[in-house]
Design a protein around this ligand. Structure first.
Ligand SMILES: NC(=O)c1ccc[n+]([C@@H]2O[C@H](COP(=O)([O-])OP(=O)(O)OC[C@H]3O[C@@H](n4cnc5c(N)ncnc54)[C@H](OP(=O)(O)O)[C@@H]3O)[C@@H](O)[C@H]2O)c1
Length: 391
């Protein structure tokens, strides 16, 4: 029933009630009163109070593209914080999930793995956060739709939430989470991000690491963390146009990604006589295989390590002398001791200016902006830049 016809019916019933209040038998009067009451509750159903509903970008089926809808604000548990998102960062996984039908667990579904905003509400057992504080989010709990960021409000475990350092803007903060967690996982696979003894740091200073896809969002944080941890030679494989930027971030050398395999291998030999000890790939299968070939041709005496952010090497590759590692970003929320240390440690690095956020942005506005941004990210990709949306 429309709101207007509900109001008209209430008016009619009220008039009837007034007219025969005194003479009508009690049963009939009660019936009319009940009908009036139910119509009143109908009006409250048609218009939900504003503070229980929010805007979100949702997937309603695998056959339709993203759309903007009003849905309920997620419910908060005792140890969680409700964050009002002001900016969100877009990632390839957001459109890939819909296109290739993965990571969507029910309909309507919400994507979005990072954002920055302000604390709107805190659970009863939360310590250390208060309403109005600026924060940023990395959401790795893919299956819990409450933690997705393409909605006005996102729920976050209070132990896994970053306070926004004062030297970082909300826009920059919105594009930090996924890159930081993924790059930290790469470092964890290489050496363990939380270990930092003198012996470890001496060993690290002798190692040569190659990062294929260093100009990607994830790659840029891998480079920075390698520098923070004192790795000796850090080789970025990327387009020439990104060279000066990557050298500033921490690469000690840069090799053009478009060189032939033979020329690229020669460039590596010029940088390190013995070749590389550690190889990281942030692009895909073909480039993972190239990194494996470089590791196999290396004369490194130490155990060689390969970390694939996107893909495992092909099955026909010789992996006998190489430790092959995947990236497990879900460790961030599944192992809270690890996750909260990561938050603490990276907050310290950001605050001290040892880690820099991305500042090269492709900007969009509003919830429709998320949809337009996702279309563009799929069509044009990112070139040493981050797609962000102001909500
Ligand atoms: N495993 C996980 O949990 C996890 C987590 C996060 C991300 N990922 C995945 O990691 C990948 C990177 O994500 P992102 O958001 O960091 O990517 P991104 O920023 O969109 O990456 C774009 C960059 O990659 C560079 N690139 C493209 N092809 C290359 C090639 N063949 N060789 C070297 N560089 C190349 C581009 O360089 P040009 O400018 O020269 O074109 C561009 O700067 C994505 O596939 C993403 O889905 C996985």
């Amino acid at each position: 029933m429309s709101s207007l016809s509900v109001q008209t019916s209430i008016g009619n019933i009220k008039r009837k009630l007034d007219a025969f209040q005194s003479e009508e038998p009690t049963e009939k009067r009660q019936k009319i009163q009940l009908r009036a009451k139910s119509l009143h509750s109908d009006t409250s159903k048609t218009k939900k109070p504003v503070n229980t509903q929010q805007k979100a970008v949702v997937i309603t089926s695998f056959e339709e593209y993203f759309g903007v809808k009003n849905i309920d604000i997620p419910e908060l548990k005792d140890h969680e914080v409700l964050v009002e998102n002001k900016f969100v960062g877009l990632n390839p996984i957001d459109w890939k999930g819909l296109k290739y039908k993965f990571g969507v667990y029910s309909f309507p579904w919400i994507q979005g793995r990072e954002s920055a905003g302000v604390v709107s509400k805190v659970g009863s057992k939360v310590k250390g956060f208060k309403e109005g504080e600026e924060v940023f989010i990395a959401s790795t709990a893919y299956r819990d739709i409450r933690t997705s960021t393409f909605q006005r409000y996102t729920v976050v475990d209070s132990e896994l939430l970053w306070k926004l350092p004062t030297n970082i803007t909300l826009e920059q903060g919105s594009a930090l989470g996924v890159g930081l967690v993924t790059a930290s996982s790469v470092l964890e696979e290489i050496n363990g991000i939380v270990k930092d003894s003198e012996e470890d740091s001496k060993a690290r200073s002798k190692k040569t690491v190659l990062v294929w896809g260093a100009s990607s969002g994830v790659g840029s944080y891998v480079l920075q963390l390698l520098r923070v941890y004192g790795y000796g030679k850090i080789i970025a494989v990327a387009s020439e146009k990104h060279r000066s930027h990557l050298l500033k971030l921490g690469a000690t050398h840069c090799i053009d990604r478009f060189l032939s395999d033979e020329d690229l291998s020669k460039e590596v030999s010029k940088i390190s006589d013995t070749g590389i000890d550690i190889g990281v790939d942030v692009v895909g299968k073909e480039t993972s295989d190239k990194v494996i070939d470089l590791l196999n041709s290396s004369e490194s005496k130490e155990s060689k390590v390969f970390v694939g952010v996107v893909s495992k090497p092909s099955k026909d590759k010789d992996l006998d002398n190489i430790l092959v590692r995947d990236v497990l970003i879900k460790r961030f929320h599944e192992n809270k001791t690890y996750g909260s240390k990561l938050v603490e440690h990276t907050t310290d690095l950001l605050t001290k200016g040892k880690l820099y956020p991305q500042t090269n942005f492709k900007r969009y506005k509003g919830f429709e902006g998320i949809i337009n941004g996702l279309r563009d990210l799929e069509k044009f990709g990112a070139s040493n830049e981050k797609y962000v949306v102001e909500l």
